[in-house]
Design a protein around this ligand. Structure first.
Ligand code: FAD
Length: 439
């Protein structure tokens, strides 16, 4: 294999369709493989973390902070650079530079003393407790699986991978960070007139408010550019949720002549060639679109055999995030299914730091994991106006039911009245989390 193709695969660029559309297992067998051991054996328990997104980077730092030299932490990530999905809608709206979303993996790894390996994981042998990558293999005592999500295009196109590929190329979803975001931004900025459709994926999906925030930011760009066009939001739900009033008010008051919200629009069929979507609320023709298929646990979770096929997500202990199928594996971030937890970056950061890491550290110390965990919170800001910048917010506090060994919602606070102050808090929230993960 020549260098340029190998570099592409390492960067995760060439693997987009392999990893998201084809069957995960056949896909990984096409990857280049180094067969040697990557690191010498460790004298202390080794925790291998797969996926350097919001959950994985948080896990690496906080495990080292908890256990110091008593643990060897290895983070494996296929991308060369971290790009944040949170704030990416704000970037789509032209309110922040791309630089704000980008971070490097090396600074926190050297600061907190964990290994960072830039490689694509190609296989997981749970029996041998071994992770195979494009750079070699590594054995683990514990594995934290944090691969994010995959797009379930099969729900729309069945086995027709050509059509799925065409749809993903012409109308990229941009719910997984990378070049799809850049393609979507170009589309929005170059849109001249007509109908632009945004499909809201069915729940549970990554970041419940993200499609609605994205719609507001697209409408802001259309308004700014004086586009004579409609933005149609096709939502499978019966109403906007969460922050329904805040989004609804913004659509009516700021973008009344641009946004048309269509509830109960479950996708029945998508024709990316004729540009038609058939839904339970009628058929819609479009000139351009942001087509978002359903989400599932990331490919690696399937490859590891840890996904509940009925739900498409990983069943875990709701307090420790330990896989229900393998006590040596913990699932962090969006791939994990915990009742009441949204699939958000804030929640990925929170449940990883306060629950998973505390529980795993307790296990490594020989202590009870359940008494070590603490309740998470989840805060999610959504930018709804670009001029002036204005946002809305939801904040959920959880408590822990120690008897039931499960988290429960304690208090939900929603601010639907958009304000500039909340827009400022949006950036402060993001900076604080980036600082924690990368600072
Ligand atoms: C448009 C948008 C806006 C959002 N806004 C917000 C917001 O305002 N607030 C908020 O809290 N959340 C927001 N989110 C949600 C947030 O991005 C996710 O919930 C969060 O990224 C989940 O973290 P994760 O670690 O599970 O997955 P990710 O962050 O996606 O990380 C998964 C990582 O695994 C890596 N990986 C996958 N397979 C392999 C492999 N085979 N080998 C090696 N590495 C691999 C990937 O490259 C990736 O880096 C938003 C999401 C979107 C799409």
């Amino acid at each position: 294999m020549n260098t340029s193709r190998r570099d592409l695969l390492k960067a995760g660029v060439g693997s987009l369709f392999i990893a998201t559309i084809s069957s995960p297992i056949s896909a990984f067998s096409m990857m280049p493989m180094h067969s040697g051991r990557m690191l010498p054996p460790s004298k202390v328990p080794r925790v291998v973390i797969v996926g350097g997104g919001w959950a994985g980077v948080t896990a690496a730092k906080h495990l080292k902070k908890e256990l110091g030299d008593k643990v060897d932490v290895v983070l494996i990530e296929k991308r060369k650079i971290f790009m944040s999905c949170p704030i990416s809608n704000v970037w789509l709206g032209g309110l922040v530079e791309m630089d704000f979303l980008l971070h490097d993996f090396q600074t926190p790894a050297s600061k907190y003393g964990y290994h960072f390996i830039n490689a694509t994981v190609t296989g997981i042998n749970r029996h041998k407790r071994r992770v195979m990558t494009t750079e070699g293999y590594i054995n683990y005592d514990y594995l934290i699986l944090a691969p994010g999500i995959r797009y379930n295009y099969e729900a729309w196109f069945g086995k027709d991978r050509d059509l799925a590929r065409l749809c993903a190329t012409k109308f990229p979803s941009a719910f997984i960070p990378g070049s799809e975001h850049i393609a979507l931004k170009r589309k929005i900025e170059n849109f001249e007139e007509g109908t632009f459709v945004l499909v809201v994926p069915p729940p549970p999906h990554r970041c419940p408010p993200a499609p609605y925030e994205r719609a507001a930011m697209i409408a802001h760009v259309f308004k700014k550019n004086g586009i004579k066009g409609k933005l149609i939001i096709l939502d499978p739900k019966k109403e906007i949720k969460p922050k329904g009033k805040g989004f609804g008010d913004a659509y009516k008051q700021l973008y009344g002549d641009i946004v048309e919200y269509v509830p109960n629009a479950k996708v029945k069929a998508v024709d990316p060639v004729k540009r038609v979507i058939k839904t339970t609320a009628g058929d819609f023709k479009f000139d351009d679109a942001n087509l978002n298929p359903p989400h599932q646990a990331g490919d690696l979770a399937w490859l590891a055999g840890l996904v509940n096929k009925k739900t498409g997500w990983c069943d875990v202990d709701p307090l420790t995030l330990q896989s229900k199928l393998d006590p040596r594996v913990f699932v962090a971030g969006d791939s994990a299914s915990v009742k009441g937890f949204p699939k958000s970056g804030d929640m990925a950061h929170n449940h990883t730091q306060n629950m998973l890491v505390k529980a795993l550290a307790a296990i490594i110390r020989g202590k009870d994991p359940y008494s070590a965990v603490s309740a998470p919170t989840n805060t999610c800001y959504s930018m709804v106006n670009g001029k002036p910048k204005e946002a809305i917010v939801i904040n959920v506090l959880y408590s822990i039911d120690r008897k039931k060994k499960a988290p429960k919602k304690k208090k939900v606070n929603v601010v639907n009245k958009r304000s500039s102050q909340l827009a400022e808090s949006t950036f402060e929230w993001a900076k604080a989390l980036y600082r924690d993960m990368f600072g």
